[in-house]
Design a protein around this ligand. Sequence first.
Ligand SMILES: [Zn+2]
Length: 330
Amino acid sequence: MKKNIANLLFLISVLSVGNILNANNQDISKDVKKPIEIRIDDNGQVIRDQSGSSKNNNNNGQSGQNARISTDAQRGGTETISNSAGTIKVDASYSSQGQDYRQKFIILHYTAGNRESSLKTLTKNEVSAHYMVSDNKSEPVYSLVDENKRAWHAGVSDWKGRNNLNDTSIGIEIVNDGDVSGTFVPYKDFQIKEVAVLVKYLADKYEIPATNILGHSDIAPQRKSDPGPLFPWRELYTQYNIGMWYDNETKNNYEREYETKLSMTPVSDVQRELNKFGYGISITGSWDKQTKNVIKAFQHHFRPSNYNGEMDVETFAILKALNEKYNNKK
Ligand SMILES: [Zn+2]
């Protein structure tokens, strides 16, 4: 799909008149940070053209260099700031070497509701996300919060010791019913393609590494199940080089190694391995509920054919293979 992100409509407006949150929306309704004075401009519909950002679409971290140069080129020049305290001139012709982006993570969600209720929840309540991918193919992807502002989508969350990921992430909500009485609802193909375009664009723009492209359940495994086991992480990796995936051969080697060894492996070692990968988990040495929830979140992401929360040989082999590939630094 060659859908150019530059043609996304940036729609910041009051889109529907409504009142109360629909009961379907449990998933996103509890992720509100304490309200602070950040509000979206609501002067009606704003259409903005975000041009020149999709040239470097290979999401490997290198191409972000160009994005930075063009940002600096746009800076340049001088401007005058005047207010009741006085007037100053600001010159942006020098640029510091030491700088990076505030946007460190991309977090994917399902809305657990239909298009109308999702949009209402995300625009009329405190919960929010930077983008919403509709389930109606004729619609654009909606930008609901400026990328430089915080959206309230992650809630209590952590990854690799960083917490409160609302501060450092971009949240993408995908319209999908989620878990309906224990059965997850598949995503539509066009939604996955739109997500791929959007994630690639954001990862490239902000130099976000594959290891920081995650699901809500990864950063809040005790509370959340989205984007769920039907979200095709493997497809995103193999088709678009988005996010993390393991190498089969490495996995097979670990499977052989742990076939008999896993049952003798202390629980605390398993917990440390999950923690090394990024999950927030207490090293308790027992198969407690929090450990099962983390294993389940991991299985949703990397072994979706069976996500019973039990640590089996295949799951552990995948975890070891991922850590070897992405977290091998001592
Ligand atoms: Zn979520």
